[in-house]
Design a protein around this ligand. Sequence first.
Ligand SMILES: NC(=O)c1ccc[n+]([C@@H]2O[C@H](COP(=O)([O-])OP(=O)(O)OC[C@H]3O[C@@H](n4cnc5c(N)ncnc54)[C@H](OP(=O)(O)O)[C@@H]3O)[C@@H](O)[C@H]2O)c1
Length: 262
Amino acid sequence: MDFKGKAVLISGASGGMGEAIARKLAQEGCNLSLLARREEKLKKIAEEIKKNKIKCIFKKCDVTDKKDVENAVKYTYNEFKRIDIAFLNAGVLIPNPIETMDSNIIIGTMKTNFFGDIYFLESLFPIMKKQESGTIVVTSTLPDKRGKAGWGAYGASKAAISLFMESIRAEAKQKYNINIITVKPGSVETPMIKNYNRPGSVSPEKAAYIILNGIKKGKKIIQFPFSQVLMTRIGDLFPTSAYDAVPIYMQKGDDYPITEEK
Ligand SMILES: NC(=O)c1ccc[n+]([C@@H]2O[C@H](COP(=O)([O-])OP(=O)(O)OC[C@H]3O[C@@H](n4cnc5c(N)ncnc54)[C@H](OP(=O)(O)O)[C@@H]3O)[C@@H](O)[C@H]2O)c1
């Protein structure tokens, strides 16, 4: 795929991987629509990347609010008259310790990481169907097949979106010429994981490069970095008894918050 001149929407564009993808796409000559809750951040990024002589618009959008998502997609479509690529990248990572078993964390995580993307699909599909083309890139996570102690809310939300995207991939392509791509990053040094020590993580710029390169090559699933892909997929093959024997502190990872009983 050649990115030049494409109209691209990015959710979660106010920092981390979304911002890095936006900056790289600006250099490739895309016109961009940046979405997130922190409008000031979007404004600053948009001003900087407009120097690449591209069109860059931005809009405040909370992906947990269906109306916000509908308005953001409409706004983007009205400005560009088409949407070629949508990066559904917004996400949150919140520990859900077993000691408190707080349903608010679990529901809140599902609302952002799963239903947020579903709202986008609902708004984007009619546009891309009419265009008879489009690409939707959703950011899941590398460990999307097995649960990890303390991270069930995040894991479940990402497993759900990975499975959902897989369930529509073939049909969306065959019926409407819409490409569905799932990105499964390991650790990327963004604000999301700033409190956690994750050896082997890559920079957001490297992640953006791998993601865009994968899209250019026509990949349907883009997973990285290689060492973490290998470890994770080997772990996926462990029988349950061996998987459960992995020490809890290793499953949680370094710097997991210590929580008092409720
Ligand atoms: N970093 C990693 O190691 C890693 C690994 C695997 C997968 N991922 C996934 O990669 C994606 C990008 O994360 P990141 O690492 O770049 O994290 P990040 O730097 O924390 O960025 C998250 C982005 O999501 C936006 N966001 C969060 N909640 C939102 C909401 N309710 N509505 C709209 N936007 C919202 C944030 O913007 P506002 O706060 O301005 O709204 C921000 O732009 C996420 O889906 C994450 O789960 C990250």
